[in-house]
Design a protein around this ligand. Structure first.
Ligand SMILES: [Zn+2]
Length: 482
């Protein structure tokens, strides 16, 4: 912007010279006057700004979170009318393709279907961009992007009527439903929630990374990892946005355990269902022994552990850096580093049947290998142990009595920097029972993940309706052969 202003100023100076000189000289002399240059050449080239990119107007949380409201965001990549790009397309009958405005931007009035298309596309894209940053800048394939396949995912902002949203591999789609909450007249569109869009996009990204994990034939904890990944994605996406991080620091006085828009997930949707603190709360105290085999509840145990680790690491980093760095910057950097740690740990976890302890151990090992202070591992071990996920290799005495040495980077509790722990209870229903997905989001309820075996899903590639019906079709084929 500054460069541009200088440009304008230089141009004005040149014009002033050109106009003023003739006016001061007699006509006879003017013919012999040397030509005046129109602009002064620059001695040093000025870098041109990025040529591509578009502004989008989005809800920063959802329409009910009025302190953040709707704001402009900038996506620095090529987006065609739709909105569509190389990975994502948008489909809303009678509305798409939505065209860019005269400035090349997707800015529309909140409440209009065009806004919903632009908002949903932008949040899906921001979520993908966040994980691509953690993937060394490389694109993350969708589950069907194998052998050169580049099929996009299709986003349906108003997919159908219903109080839900889901990702489907057979449909290669993210579908956001809408409904009228009981006793209300206004329709609630799930696509207008950053949390819900980030959650469902999280399912699609995790299905690309770990294609075997969505099958219901895995232990309940594997299902819990999928549900939790969606919620963690919504939290990390909010903390990757400086305005949200800044608002959170001010709102909570830098205490992540204070009530806030960050821990309350899908606020508007939750309120519509009579849940004043959102659909789920990341800052919970649930333990595995309290949740049985119900996957949605099991997921909250993992989400809560990760959230506690985030709050611990932030407290530590703030005490270490508060004299040299703004509290918001520390939060953004802390959250980004933890998001990358979780991402790397998940990538390194087993292809099927993954348990929480597997991800916890990978987090410990990745943390050690990348040179984090030992106190990071102490936080991770303690928070997973207190949730009854892992054994407490480090005594929990200091944590439970509030005597952790939060500002000592070498703090381990007992002098041991452990990077391998065991499951707290191998006979836990969350490891042994069948998955109960009755209270999960729409993704987990899809028949394709209920009946297709983990090994089949783990092979990636497109999934057809006949794959879901494979066993039945085989039986019929046998019956009709007699
Ligand atoms: Zn979900």
């Amino acid at each position: 912007m500054k460069i541009h202003q200088q440009d304008v100023q230089t141009q004005r100076d040149a014009e002033t010279v050109e106009v003023s000189i003739p006016a001061q000289r007699p006509k006879a002399v003017r013919k012999e006057a040397p030509p005046v240059p129109r602009a002064v050449p620059r001695p040093v080239p000025v870098p041109a700004p990025l040529r591509t990119g578009h502004r989008f107007l989005v809800y920063k949380q959802d329409p009910s979170v009025t302190e953040l409201g709707a704001r402009l965001v900038f996506l620095p990549s090529v987006v065609l009318n739709g909105p569509t790009d190389a990975r994502v397309r948008t489909d809303l009958a009678g509305v798409t393709p939505v065209a860019r405005n005269i400035s090349g931007d997707f800015v529309f009035a909140p409440g209009s279907p065009q806004f919903d298309c632009a908002h949903t596309f932008a949040v899906v894209r921001q979520t993908m961009a966040m994980y691509e940053r953690h993937n060394k800048g490389e694109p993350i394939p969708f589950a069907w992007n194998v052998n050169g396949n580049t099929d996009r995912i299709t986003v349906f902002p108003h997919a159908a009527e219903g109080a839900n949203a889901f990702y489907t591999r057979t449909g290669k789609a993210l579908k956001f439903l809408f409904f009228t909450p009981e006793g209300q007249s206004d329709v609630l569109y799930t696509c207008q929630s950053l949390d819900i869009v980030a959650h469902e996009t999280g399912h699609s990204i995790l299905d690309g990374l770990k294609p075997g994990w969505l099958s219901a034939d895995n232990p309940p904890q594997t299902g819990g990892l999928h549900e939790s990944f969606g919620d963690i994605t919504a939290i990390f996406l909010a903390l990757a946005e400086p305005d949200q991080a800044d608002a959170l620091v001010a709102l909570t006085k830098a205490n992540l355990h204070d009530k806030s828009f960050l821990t309350e997930l899908a606020e508007q949707f939750g309120k519509a269902l009579g849940m004043p603190s959102g659909l789920r709360n990341a800052d919970n105290d649930l333990k595995l022994s309290q949740v049985g085999n119900e996957v949605h509840a099991i997921s909250q145990v993992f989400t809560g552990a990760i959230y506690d680790v985030l709050a611990d690491v932030y407290t530590f980093e703030l005490s270490r850096q508060q004299r040299t760095k703004d509290a918001t910057i520390v939060l953004i950097e802390t959250a980004s580093a933890l998001c990358r740690l979780v991402f790397d740990a998940i990538v390194a976890s087993p292809a099927t049947g993954a348990r929480y302890v597997d991800v916890a151990n990978k987090m410990l090992q990745v943390s050690a290998s990348r040179g984090d202070p030992a106190i990071y591992r102490t936080f991770i071990r303690n928070r997973f142990a207190v949730r009854e996920i892992t054994t407490a290799e480090t005594p929990l005495r200091d944590l439970m009595s509030g005597r952790m040495m939060m500002s000592d980077p070498a703090y381990t509790g007992d002098g041991q920097d452990v990077t391998e722990v065991a499951p707290h209870d191998e006979h836990s229903a969350s490891l042994r029972a069948d998955q109960d997905r009755s209270r999960c989001c729409g993704t987990m309820q899809m028949p394709e993940y209920q009946v297709v075996a983990p090994e089949k899903l783990a092979r990636r590639g497109s999934l057809e309706d006949d794959d879901i019906l494979r066993d039945e079709l085989d039986e019929l084929r046998e019956a009709f052969s007699k």
